[in-house]
Design a protein around this ligand. Structure first.
Ligand code: ADP
Length: 260
């Protein structure tokens, strides 16, 4: 069953189209990676879905509803650069967020405890956020996004700024959360998409250039494993490029890369 449906969604800045009429749907219970290189339009798409910015055209509907406030109520969103009040403890921060979402004090405290346990930072709940590691901050951000029990959790580049330990912590949490909720996350790293998601939306230049199951995409491009990240800065001298329909397979002196 489709939870979220996007039809001909567009966004322009100063007349310049950055999202060029995209269509996709997210099924209930699925885990979808919105994958594309930097500048593809991932953040802009997620910000439109979360209601943070207006689209320039098209339609977003959630379980058949297209009213922006209904949609916002059903989606939890972790931005790429979440802002925390670092002088607060994790628990104080979540209570603050819950109070902003109109929860009464006791319910907010209970919800904060539940979520801190759920994301695995209950031991640090009374510690100042300023002392949290990158992975702990991201887990707190995920808890924040889940405060109102959304049906769809959207995470914008949840692991790209993390060190290997933080990355592992957050990917493990995402693996667990995908059993419980519908998950849409953006990444520019193929490995991260492959590790957690079941489905891919491949984005390039403001368009969805490919959509489908991970397996389907692998078969289409006749590769066993999509084991590469988007790399920038390779020159033609460094790379031998073989054009596939929409993905370029790039053999470089630093390994094999698939890029759009
Ligand atoms: P991604 O998340 O895939 O890196 P973005 O959605 O951040 O891509 O950006 C897509 C394109 O839209 C980029 O070319 C970016 O420069 C442009 N863009 C994003 N936000 C704005 C803005 N507020 N004003 C003008 N251009 C923007």
């Amino acid at each position: 069953m489709s939870l979220l449906t996007v039809q001909d969604l567009k966004k322009s800045y100063d007349g310049k189209p950055v999202i060029q009429g995209i269509d996709f749907s997210i099924n209930k219970g699925s885990c979808v990676a919105l994958l594309g290189p930097n500048g593809a339009g991932k953040t802009t798409t997620l910000r439109m879905l979360s209601g943070l910015i207006r689209s320039s055209g098209g339609k977003i509907s959630f379980e058949g509803m297209s009213d922006q406030s209904d949609i916002r109520f059903n989606i939890g969103y972790l931005p790429q650069h979440p802002v925390f009040h670092t002088w607060m403890s994790g628990k104080e921060f979540l209570i603050y967020v819950a109070r902003l979402a109109n929860m009464d004090k006791q319910i907010a405290s209970k919800r904060a405890d539940e979520l801190l346990a759920r994301v695995g930072i209950a031991d640090a709940k009374n510690k100042r956020i300023g002392k949290y590691s990158g992975g702990m901050k991201q887990r707190l951000g995920i808890a924040q996004a889940m405060i109102h029990q959304p049906k769809l959790l959207m995470l914008d580049e949840p692991v790209s700024a993390l060190d290997p330990i933080g990355r592992r912590e957050v990917l493990t949490l995402m693996e667990e959360l995908k059993q419980e909720t519908t998950l849409l996350f953006s990444t520019h790293i193929l490995n991260d998409a492959e590790e957690v998601s079941d489905e891919l939306l491949l984005m390039h230049n403001g368009k969805i250039v490919e959509a489908g199951s991970l397996e389907g995409v692998r078969q289409k491009y006749r590769v066993d494993k999509l084991d590469v990240s988007f790399q920038e800065g390779f020159t033609p001298e460094e790379a031998k490029i073989t054009a596939l329909p929409t993905v370029l397979r790039m053999e470089t002196n630093k390994g094999v890369h698939h890029i759009f």
